[in-house]
Design a protein around this ligand. Sequence first.
Ligand code: F6R
Length: 242
Amino acid sequence: MKITNLGTRANASFYVACELYKQMSQQSHSKLGLATGGTMVDMYQFLVDLLHKNQLDVSHIETFNLDEYVGLDAQHDQSYHSYMNQVLFKQYPNFNPSLTHVPNGNADDLNVEAQRYEDLINQQGPVDIQILGIGENGHIGFNEPGTDINSATHVVNLTESTIHANSRYFDNENEVPKQAISMGLSTILKAQRIILLAFGEKKRAAIEQLTQNEVNSEIPASILHAHPNVEIYVDDEAAPKS
Ligand code: F6R
């Protein structure tokens, strides 16, 4: 695992957008694991810009999002379906909608949906590049502290800390869904290459825990020590001080 401080959010976002662009331009049938959240917004903007400038054909690129809230309609403005449409798929409509996957958080049977999503990734994968953000509590995807290291895609009860952190995207904390469907830790580790982005002082403690070089189930992101090909890019504020 290599942690690199690229100074600013803009530098790191542009760098990661270039890595995704390169992957897609070198392999037209690439599989990408995508994340949502505030951290990713600039990265997607740079990516959309690169795609437009170069008119890259992405019609065979297949994408798998990490997670989706339970109980939000796909059209809800805070659903991760909507997020992805807003930041990427509508901005560059050459993506084939039948190849852009996000778990269905409104499925009648959530466990069946989680299994379907896991099976899909296993059939179509492995993912070439998995993009990750990180929660203040060290979660990746919505794998909260204590998640089983062998977990596959599953239904998650969000912790108070995550509900509070994500309430900034909703009118109030009561509106934040209490559950999500998330790729599991073992699902994430199947990717060939993993790139994690973290910005701002609030993420520094979680990043510092990763420098301790050991897997600790209280810091789900520490599972990344078990993967041979992980890069972490941070800005000055999220860079470890210790
Ligand atoms: C999003 C995801 C989460 C976020 C994390 C950070 O798909 O899986 O793990 O990456 O909660 O969120 P932001 O970027 O909003 O701070």
